[in-house]
Design a protein around this ligand. Sequence first.
Ligand code: ADP
Ligand code: MG
Length: 366
Amino acid sequence: MVSMKIEKIKLRQFRNLNQVELEFKNNLNILVGNNGQGKTNFIESIVYLSSGRSFRLGNDLGLLEDSKGFARVDALLKRKEETYQLQAVISNQGKYFEVNQKACSLMSDFIGYCNVVLFNPDDLQFFSNTPKKRRREIDFELGKMSKMYMHRLSQASKILSERNAYLKTHTIDTDYLSILTESLIEESEYIIKSRQAMIKKLEPIVDEKYKFLSGSQASIELEYRSTCTNMENIKDDLRGKMNQSLQRDLDFKMTHVGIHRDDFVFKMNGNMVVDVASQGQKRLIILAYKLALVDMIVAKDHEFPILCLDDLFSELDKEKRAMVLKTLDPRMQVFVTTTDVEFVSQKEDVSVFTVVQGRINEEVSA
Ligand SMILES: Nc1ncnc2c1ncn2[C@@H]1O[C@H](COP(=O)(O)OP(=O)(O)O)[C@@H](O)[C@H]1O
Ligand SMILES: [Mg+2]
């Protein structure tokens, strides 16, 4: 079993991190600092290497330090026996990615080198979010695990847009419409199968991790709510539902059923998490879900991703913090941010960094 590791990182004008250069010798890295100092900005730069976009902003230009023309992230990533030089540059002209000093013509050529699983406090909104945002989250994780999924999902959404545009035209050739419908069904089958398989795999792991973290017997169930209700025969099921909806589609000039309406529901003892769980319970459920994603990645790739836990520890009591730390495999590189210096125990094999007004310095133990 191997793990990927960022050995060095260099940031230029990335939000308030004007110039940061760090080396990571230990797997467990703790960043300590008051609010508004740049901890999440640092985590955001690491996530950027994984996804090629900000997890907090719709527009990456917000990542540029005020009035600066560009922001840059350079990292040295070790995977198995290989070392990769990754570079991401964000500017008014757009984004630019390099691996080993070779430009990536597509963003998807850059994504996949560095695999990061992130816990961020905003993730707690998962349960109360719109289905669209939940789908985006699940699709994002599935896409990281499979390029094929990413490809077929983008095919499906192209066909869907085409079908919707066609429904808005004046003269509709029903033969052409059914060709579009059929190709949409073709792509949808793969997506439905993948979503279903992911939820089935995740469920027992999330349940087990939640029981451990919470010290309770409450069970967590994950439900994939799909348009398709017959998983044995997805295409026929979908075809039937789309036929039933055809008149409505023609009347309202849009596609009413399909994978673009799917949802994912988390339940606790049979009740919707959004209805019954406390803030603290939701936090642990999300954490259990993120840790389950790590397990899934390890099972698939035999390689640990990088785990970022942003601001989790500020919200947990001492006992729970210890418990979380205990569940983390020591072979995995982990970045933890916290406002609470006390949490930093005198453990060995931990690097501690202080974050003050955009400057990050490693604490050297006496
Ligand atoms: N584009 C930007 N340019 C300069 N500073 C920024 C930019 N975006 C955010 N900041 C600053 O970064 C700080 C917040 O950093 P953040 O990492 O979210 O803090 P925390 O340590 O609480 O996680 C704030 O002081 C904010 O003004
Ligand atoms: Mg923060």
